[in-house]
Design a protein around this ligand. Sequence first.
Ligand code: GRF
Length: 218
Amino acid sequence: MRTDKNNINIAIFASGRGSNFQAILDNIHHGRLAAQVVCVISDNENAGALEIARSNNIPTCFIHRKQFGEKQEYEHQLLCILQEHNTELICLAGYLKLIPTLVVREFKHRILNIHPALLPSFGGKGMYGHYVHEAVINYGCKISGATVHLVDEEYDTGVPIIQQCVPVLENDTPDSLAARVLQVEHRIYSEAIQLYAEKRIKIEDRKVRILNTSSGMI
Ligand code: GRF
């Protein structure tokens, strides 16, 4: 059951500092997002995201594949945690591990990720953090941006829901570009979650249509 029946229950997966998670919390707080974060899951005990969760009294869980012998035990444990908190939507916010197959299948079309580039460019295994922005600059791109997409069993290959561009400026460093992209990330991730909560996302093959009104389906 939802804690507040009008809000969607989201579980955050994060490996790092958690600025996207913080932006989601801020948007909830300001009434821009009808959601509640029911738990934060991390593969990194020292993740800033876990600190943010604790200071907001949100349940946390540190879970790593290496804690388990069999892959199935790990997958089942993850699923149990998600179900225990009545998770409706999973939001990856700087989570560096692949989501195991069992979880992807159980949460089909119910897992979102934010990527700091315009997919399918500059995505895939190893393309995270400053590596992305470095690659964009080294390629000589004039634009970059952020993508919110559905998650499947590979890195960064699920269908895009929202994409937004930012310019790449002549004197950009990976850090200055990352900061410009991050501002966009913090806005469009909550927008996508809100569209999901309003059931306004319709998937037709690899196309996502954003409906004007709720259709009751994804
Ligand atoms: C963001 O750039 C996000 O796009 C990517 O990982 C980074 C996480 O940053 N998936 P933060 O931990 O949310 O600050």
